[in-house]
Design a protein around this ligand. Sequence first.
Ligand code: AMP
Ligand code: ZN
Ligand code: FE
Ligand code: FE
Length: 288
Amino acid sequence: MRIDLHAHSTASDGTDTPAALMVAAVAAGLDVVAITDHDSTGGWRAAEAARPPELGLIRGAEFSTRLSVDGRHVSVHLLGYLFDPTDVAVLAEQARLREERMSRGMAIVGRMVADGVPISAQQVVDIAAGAPVGRPHIGRALMAAGVVGSVTEAFAGYLSGRSPYFVPKADTDLIDAIGLVRGAGGVCVIAHPRARGAAQVLDEARLARLAEAGVWGLEVDHPDHDGAARAELAALARRIGLAGTGSSDYHGHNKSVRLGQERTGPEVLAALLAAASGSVTKALGPVG
Ligand code: AMP
Ligand code: ZN
Ligand code: FE
Ligand code: FE
C-alpha cells in the first residue's frame, strides 16, 4: 500500500484543484492520499466527489499554530485528521484564521506596493480564488510580474520571515488547536517537526508533553528532514509512544516535491483510523 498523508490543493496554497489532486494521486500510484489544506476543510467535498473508488481519501487539515516558549511564539504546524468539519469550535477558529490570513496577506502586499513592487492586492485575491490567503499566492503574483522566477525563489527573498515585507499572523495556540481537533473527534500529528524554526524547541521533553496533551503522531519522513533527523525522530517517537508518519507535503507547482515521494506504513494508517472518533467520520466511513 502506498500512502501519502499530507497534500495541499487549491483550497489552500497548492496548485491542483481537489479533483486534480485525486487524479494526481492515482497517477503517482497511491492507494491512499490525505487532503490537508491550511486552516481549511474547503476541499473535502470536491475531493470526495472526484475520488475514484480504488483511492482512499483521508480528510484532514494543516493548522498553523504557535507554541509559547519563554515568552516567544514559535510556529508549529499541526495536522488534524478525520475531525468533524461541522464542529462549531473548529468552524469558528477556521473563520477567524481566514480573516487573519486575508488581512495579513494584504498587509504584506501593501508593504510591497509601497516599495514599488509591481503587484496588486486584487491580483493576489484573484490568485487565492477564495482559499485562505497564503504567502505562496503572493509568490505567484510576484512570478506573474516577473519579479521572481519561482515561488521557491520568492520564499528565499521577498516572502521570507526575515524579509522587510514580512508580517506575522495570529496563529492558533498549539494546545488549543490540539483540543479543537480532538474535541471534534480527530487525530493530531505534528507536521515536519525538524523543519525550520520549530526544530530547536521541539525536543524530546516538549514532544512528550505534547503527547500528553493529545498529540498522536509525528511526521517523521518529510522532504525537509534529512536522514539524521528522520532517524532521530523515529527513535524519539518510539520512546514516547507516538506514531511516525511519512508524507510529501505536495503543493503542485508551488513546491518541487512529488506527490507520494514520502509515504506512511499501512499499520500506521490502520492505527490512525482506529484512533479517530469523529461522528461524521463514522457516518461517512473513515476512508472515502
Ligand atoms: P503562510 O502559511 O502564508 O505563512 O505561507 C507559508 C506556507 O507556504 C508554508 O506552510 C508552506 O506550506 C508553503 N510553501 C509553498 N511553497 C513554499 C516554498 N517554496 N518554501 C516555503 N514554503 C512554501
Ligand atoms: Zn502550504
Ligand atoms: Fe507545513
Ligand atoms: Fe503542508
